[in-house]
Design a protein around this ligand. Structure first.
Ligand code: PEP
Ligand code: MG
Length: 583
């Protein structure tokens, strides 16, 4: 018998949890591409063959979209809109045909055009847009398969519980995800913002992406372990590893069950200091999970999803309907709607004048800066938010404010929008609260001024840390320098929270730091009023809040603020964490 060697692959943790199961290999057989020169008399037939393949691909995609709509809902069905748009793009409908006319077969013409486009996508700085090259590749493969008359294996072929292993999972693959047979999935490619990661988190299925060549390393039916917490995939696990992971899985399940009991208990410390634990969401479908995990509101609704995969900007009505739906479901709690945080590059496909692909989009025409430059885009969203506020509990929050003047400028447009609605006789909440995200160091350092004119502050640590420490938040090469416990960050947090409180305003945090249980006691001690985290993280944070006293938390903060060495701070926090775990 051949000796099996255990192989541990490190990828990107896309969705938490552990699963052990058999592989269902989704990967296609190689599609062999042949280059053929064709004569003038064959061109017409070749173009027709290509057009037929497009028609078949379209029919396939429309049927898939209908299934997605039924199974996963509208928000996920939108992901497949992008696929249909690619199919209609002139690069497919015009350029490939032009190439065939030059005397090559359809398969080769398609391959050459896609190669060029994919190369241009690889040059884009922004991770989200760079990732979209996979969508183009997937559409290309579909057309190619129809040209070659080959069928791809479908997830609907599944007959027993499995872990799906694929090069990439397309929106069309995700249609069966809700069916309980799929226990987890892993892919060769993809990053944190890939469709695969978005879908996995929404469905709460453990997933690891970006494994480079997992499809080449596993066999159908083989048992693997997917550790979605650490981003690991273990092939051919030893009996000991399997045992350890089974135990770990049981511990996690027991913890989840234990944590579920906290759902309806208040988020308060042992000495009755009350905080709010709210949820971060990207789309309407997540509200179910928000409620089932016991959130007391939505602390951050990232509205960018409404703009992705679209050929036109969303209308006021789309904004209104979307916000109304979320906020109605959340009653009696409130929803904080963050106005768009889109970068200039992410809107370049909409052809807005003055929007170009930027070399440094994180510091470019992003978020509130973009809204102030294009007030009509801003007003359309504000009108949608305001109208929805007439019927539900909604608050507005501006992202990337860098100082008081930007807040005033944004508020001026908000007031104009309100005046227009009043004139039109359209109702809205006249007392709607307006908060500011503190995620730029200049805003943190002038938070006292901002707090006087805002109704609340919410710290966006994802950006605040990246700008303060000059560490790109998505660059794995400097990930070790991304340190939330850096004294500069702790001092900034103290400055912001104190500034909010001195102005009589509450202060929340919606960056990932709020979702990491290691920091919960420190944040409590600093005086944070609201923790806004992804729904699955809520019970874990609540457990920590309920296990400490505010006195202890304040003492911890006093102790670490005296430290001069970062290692010392980390040591104190880790020691506490360890003690907490053994309690
Ligand atoms: C943040 O920056 O912490 C934040 C919550 O916003 P985003 O992650 O959407 O930039
Ligand atoms: Mg941010």
């Amino acid at each position: 018998m051949a000796l099996k060697i255990t192989n541990v692959l490190q990828g990107i943790a896309a969705s938490p949890g552990i699963v052990i199961g058999k592989v269902f290999l989704l990967e296609d057989e190689e599609l062999t591409l042949v280059q053929k020169e064709i004569g003038k008399d064959e061109v017409k037939r070749e173009i027709q063959r290509f057009r037929d393949a497009l028609v078949k691909t379209r029919a396939e995609m429309v049927s898939i979209q209908e299934k997605i709509l039924k199974t996963l809902g509208k928000e996920y069905a939108r992901l497949s809109d992008a696929y249909l748009l690619i199919l209609e793009d002139p690069l497919i409908t015009r350029d490939v045909i032009k190439r065939i006319n030059e005397g090559v077969n359809a398969e080769y013409a398609l391959f050459k055009i896609l190669e060029r486009v994919i190369h241009s996508f690889e040059m884009i700085d922004d991770e989200y847009f760079r990732e979209r090259k996979h969508d183009i590749q997937d559409v290309g493969k579909k057309i190619l398969r129809h040209l070659l008359g080959k069928e791809r294996r479908q997830l609907s072929d599944l007959t027993s519980e499995s872990i799906v292993v694929g090069h990439n999972l397309t929106p069309s693959d995700t249609i069966s995800m809700k069916e309980s047979l799929i226990k987890g999935f892993v892919t060769d490619i993809g990053g944190r913002t890939s469709h695969t990661a978005i879908v996995a988190q929404g469905l709460e299925i453990p997933a690891v992406v970006g494994l480079k060549n997992v499809t080449g390393q596993v066999n159908e039916g083989e048992v693997i372990i997917v550790d979605g917490n650490q981003g690991l995939v273990i092939i051919n696990p030893t009996a000991e590893l399997l045992e350890n992971y089974r135990r770990e899985q049981e511990i996690q399940l027991a913890q989840i069950r234990e944590l579920e009991k906290l759902r309806d208990l208040p988020a308060q410390t042992t000495d009755s200091h009350r905080v709010t634990i709210a949820a971060n969401i990207d789309n309407v479908d997540e509200v179910k999970s928000v409620l089932s995990h016991g959130a007391e509101g939505i602390g951050l609704y990232r509205t960018e999803f409404l703009y992705f995969n679209k050929s036109a900007l969303p209308s006021e009505e789309e904004h209104y309907q979307n916000y109304l739906k979320v906020a109605q479901k959340m009653l009696p709690y409130s929803v904080i709607i963050r106005t768009i945080d889109l970068g200039g590059d992410k809107l370049s496909h909409l052809g807005l004048e003055g929007i170009t692909v930027e070399n440094n989009p994180f510091m470019g025409l992003r978020a509130i800066r973009l809204c102030l430059k294009y007030p009509s885009i801003f007003k359309t969203q504000l009108r949608g938010i305001l109208r929805a506020s007439a019927e539900c509990k909604i608050k507005i929050m501006y992202p990337m404010i860098s100082g008081i003047n930007e807040l005033r400028d944004a508020n001026k447009i908000l007031e104009e929008t309100k005046a227009e609605l009043r004139k039109e006789g359209k109702r809205f909440d006249e007392n709607i609260e307006v908060g500011v995200m503190i995620e730029v160091p200049s805003a943190a350092l002038t938070a006292d001024l901002i707090a006087k004119e805002a109704d609340f502050l919410s710290v966006g640590t994802n950006d605040l840390i990246q700008y303060t420490l000059a560490v790109d938040r998505v660059n794995e090469n400097v990930a070790n320098l991304y340190e939330p416990l850096h004294l500069s960050i702790l001092r900034l947090l103290k400055t912001v929270i104190d500034a909010g409180h001195n102005a009589g305003k509450w202060v929340g945090m919606c960056g990932e730091m709020a979702a990491d249980a290691t920091f919960t006691t420190v944040l409590l001690g600093l005086g944070l009023n609201e923790f806004s985290v992804s729904p699955v993280q809520i019970p874990k944070i609540k457990r920590i809040v309920r296990s400490v006293s505010i006195m202890e938390a304040r003492a911890l903060v006093a102790e670490i603020m005296e430290c001069t060495e970062q290692e010392e701070i980390i040591k104190i926090i880790k020691k506490r964490e360890f003690k907490g775990m053994s309690n």
